[in-house]
Design a protein around this ligand. Structure first.
Ligand SMILES: Nc1ncnc2c1ncn2[C@@H]1O[C@H](COP(=O)(O)OP(=O)(O)OP(=O)(O)O)[C@@H](O)[C@H]1O
Length: 326
């Protein structure tokens, strides 16, 4: 997305975060998110997602670099930024003895222009659970309560940290629908998630973090396009791999054979599939179990993580403590 500096609701430049002991969890990342855009931050465990999001939320000060949320420094200008953002943390940590309604009312007391209780609960499908104590909620219901609280002040910018963890398929779909509606009404959303299909389905753009750096960024289609597509099929009776047309000539860059199943990898899906099907037609054979597909975001993610591990350093990560120095 080509946004001017004024349109950038989230603007991150060469951001770094260092913990006590000198461990650098965020190593100079740059990205921006425009108004009404949904941007996903993905990464393996320990990649630096939470460390980054905490800087964006103004909970810690960067070691270097700059964050601007709605044009303000979220750490130094917290009072200007806080009322305009909604934060859904990974662990809500509500008092267990309070009911859902009491929890929302308590939160509303600290939120300017809070939505009415009924509206907040309706939004996340908890209206019928208003009188239930928090300790009796399921994991998924607690996530919805987290979301209701994040949405209470009608935020312009919404930070969602693993919003659908613990939700069943239906709950996840409902949350996705709600997040889409909020985005369509102009809310800017920064999402971190372990569910790659969640990012694929919701995000206009995303960044894959690995060891504190951005390993890949772009639209989901751009990120997956960087990975080879796959064609798999069963070798026809009486045929061997050597009987196939020359694979390099079809733009195939790699292949595996397991039993009689062949899997081809290619960055030129149309060329490879056409060549293979023409060959099958001319040979008068059927390619049973034929499956032709572009890389999924999940495959791209796993491949990027593997590639990055190839150039690993490791030692610098061994020594670290749990205190923030910056
Ligand atoms: N307070 C801290 N002190 C020292 N190191 C920390 C601290 N918090 C996080 N780290 C380290 O920083 C790195 C990034 O952690 P972070 O929690 O940001 O990753 P993440 O991408 O959010 O991971 P996950 O998906 O597991 O939540 C990890 O190696 C982690 O061990």
């Amino acid at each position: 997305m080509n946004t001017t500096t004024e349109e950038r609701v989230i603007d991150v430049t060469d951001l770094r975060r260092t913990y006590a002991g000198g461990f650098e969890a965020v190593r100079g990342i740059t990205f921006h998110v425009g108004k009404g855009e949904l941007f996903a931050l993905l990464g393996t465990n320990g990649a630096g997602k939470t460390s980054t999001v905490e800087l964006l939320e103004g909970l810690a000060r960067p070691a270097a670099g700059q964050v601007r949320i709605l044009g303000h420094d979220p750490y130094a200008e917290r009072t200007a930024v806080r009322p305009r953002i909604g934060v859904m943390l990974q662990e809500g940590g509500f008092p267990a003895e309070l009911t859902v309604a009491e929890t929302v009312r308590m939160w509303a007391g600290c939120t300017s222009g809070a939505r009415p209780l009924g509206e907040a609960l309706e939004l996340v499908g908890l209206a019928k659970r208003a009188g239930v104590r928090v300790k009796q909620l399921s994991g998924g219901e607690k996530r919805r309560l987290d979301l209701a609280l994040a949405l209470l002040g009608r935020p312009e910018v919404l930070f969602l940290d693993e919003p659908t963890t613990g939700l069943d398929a239906e709950g996840r779909a409902e949350t996705w629908e709600l997040v889409r509606e909020l985005r369509d009404r102009g809310t800017t959303v920064l999402l971190t998630t372990h569910y790659l299909e969640e990012a694929e389905s919701l995000a206009e753009r995303l960044a894959i973090l690995h060891e504190g750096e951005i390993a890949a960024t772009g639209t989901p289609a751009e990120v997956t396009a960087s990975q080879p597509s796959r064609i798999s099929f069963e070798l026809p009776e009486g045929y061997f791999v050597g009987d196939l047309p020359p694979l390099a000539g079809l733009g195939v860059t790699g292949h595996d054979v397991v039993g009689r199943t062949v899997q081809l990898r290619t960055p030129e899906l149309q060329r490879a599939a056409t060549g293979l099907l023409l060959w099958a037609q001319q040979a008068g054979v059927e390619l049973r179990g034929l499956d032709v597909r572009s890389a999924s975001l999940e495959e791209a993610f796993l491949q990027i993580a593997r590639d990055m591990r190839g150039g690993e350093h490791g030692d610098a990560h061994a020594v670290r403590t749990k205190e923030t120095v910056a």
